[in-house]
Structure formats: structure tokens, C-alpha cells
Design a protein around this ligand. Structure first.
Ligand SMILES: [Zn+2]
Length: 257
């Protein structure tokens, strides 16, 4: 488990995650945690792992390294929060080098993830963008959709960013209607997940179908269908909350709940 404590980062020694422009460096054990070492300059401590400090390093990397998304299929489960934190912290530091208010160079504050502007005192923190992700159900059927960027045959739950001023439940109803044209009745919270592509925070919901036929939005969604548990398409990667929403629903159908 990643312990989110930055008090021991000054030693500049510990585990390391190496993030390249195109991928994440594999370690000898098949995961992404490199053995303990003195951290190269530019490494950013992100916490402690198995009793030792751990840092993320952004570098050019090698085109041979598997892409971050590819790791979702093979990464040991307990390393997902490390990958997620490393990707997001590095991206935030890269994108917030200058003050968004006055334009001066920002300075990293020690012991927390904050960039501080000495000119106007503005602070920036890692950007986290809340999204809803929802599985629409109708009895024992589930509505799954595919985006043009999915791999062949893969379908998933619907997702979208929460707009400024909107509640998560309102976002569920709006996204569902915009993307597939159906109305939903009861909406119930499931669980959440940090999703570092690039900095989403997914709030998972079940939504019960209430009416309407599937009408595709034509842009974000290229197909959407009702599926039964016996006849499922390719599903999203196992670490994703989308997979968990589907899996949990299938288990409840199988047990007759
Ligand atoms: Zn400023």
C-alpha cells in the first residue's frame, strides 16, 4: 500500500518508478517498482511503500516500455495506486511550472503536493477532475457502449465529466441521456477510483433503466447495446471501476439478488 506521507523524502533514497514519454519502465519482478537506489535529480517523492520512500521520475524513457494503459492488464493489484499517483504528480508538476494568475515561476512546497507562487501567493495542487461512470441495468440486462477508440469488440460503461455546479447524480442522468438517449430512474452509488488518464476521479453509479430507446450521440459512442450475462462482449481492463461495476452486477444476477 502507498503510504501518503512525504516526511522522509529528503533522504533522496528508496524505490523508484520510471515514467517515460511513451511508457513505464518494467522492473525485474514484472511490476513497475525499481529496486532501492539514490534518486536521480528530478525524482519526486510520492510517499512510502513497504517501509521505504518511493519516488517517481519523469524521463525520456524507451519506446520499448509498455504504455501506462497497457500496465492495467498486467500490474500487480497493489501497485495500481503507485502508478496512478506517479503519473498524476509528474503531470501536475509539468503543467504547473508557472503561476496561472501572474505568470511567475512556481516553487514546489516540501511535504505536500503544492506549487507556490512567491509573486502573488497563488497555490496550485494536483488537478483532480471528477467524473461519473455508470452501468445502466434493466432487470438482468446491462447496457454497454463502445467508443471509437476502444480495442476491437470491447464495450464498457458510460462515463463523463461532472460540469461546474452539477451534482454527481445530475451528471449521471445527463450523460446517459446525451450518449445513448435513455432515461434512468433510481441512481445508486457504488464506489470510486482514481484514474490517471490523465487525472480523473471516477465516481461509480448504477442507474436503473426507466424508458426510451437507444439513440447514439454519434460522436463519443459508436455503438451501444443491451447485453445479457450469457452473451457479453469484450470487457474493460480488470483494474478499472468499469470492470468492477459490471462484475459486481453479474455476481448479484448470478446469486439471484
Ligand atoms: Zn502568481
Amino acid at each position: 500500500m502507498l503510504v501518503r506521507d512525504l516526511s522522509r523524502m529528503a533522504s533522496r533514497h528508496g524505490y523508484l518508478i520510471r515514467i517515460g514519454r511513451e511508457g513505464v519502465a518494467p522492473a525485474a519482478d514484472g511490476g513497475i517498482i525499481q529496486p532501492q537506489c539514490d534518486w536521480p535529480s528530478g525524482a519526486i517523492g510520492i510517499g512510502e511503500w513497504q517501509g521505504a520512500p518511493i519516488a517517481a521520475l519523469g524521463e525520456a524513457g524507451s519506446p520499448e516500455w509498455p504504455a501506462a494503459r497497457q500496465w492495467l492488464h498486467s500490474l500487480p493489484r497493489d501497485q495500481f495506486p503507485l502508478l496512478s499517483s506517479a503519473l498524476q504528480v509528474l503531470k501536475w508538476m509539468r503543467d504547473h511550472r508557472f503561476c496561472g494568475r501572474c505568470g511567475k515561476r512556481m516553487k514546489r512546497l516540501e511535504h505536500e503536493f503544492a506549487m507556490h507562487c512567491t509573486g502573488c501567493q497563488h497555490r496550485s495542487y494536483p488537478r483532480i477532475s471528477p467524473c461519473i461512470i455508470t452501468l445502466i441495468t434493466r432487470g438482468r440486462e446491462l447496457l454497454l457502449a463502445r467508443s471509437p477508440r476502444f480495442g476491437p469488440g470491447m464495450y464498457s460503461t458510460l462515463a463523463g465529466f461532472i460540469e461546474a455546479g452539477e451534482s454527481a447524480e445530475e451528471a449521471v442522468r445527463r450523460e446517459v441521456f446525451e450518449e445513448v438517449g435513455v432515461e434512468v430512474g433510481r441512481v445508486s452509488y457504488f464506489q470510486s477510483q482514481s484514474w490517471p488518464f490523465p487525472h480523473s476521479f471516477m465516481l461509480g453509479y448504477y442507474a436503473e433503466y426507466a424508458g426510451g430507446d437507444i439513440v447514439l450521440d454519434g460522436a463519443e459512442i459508436e455503438d451501444a447495446q443491451w447485453f445479457t450475462p450469457e452473451d457479453l462482449p469484450g470487457l474493460p481492463p480488470r483494474f478499472s471501476i468499469s470492470h468492477a461495476l459490471i462484475d459486481n452486477f453479474l455476481r448479484s444476477v448470478a446469486s439471484g439478488r
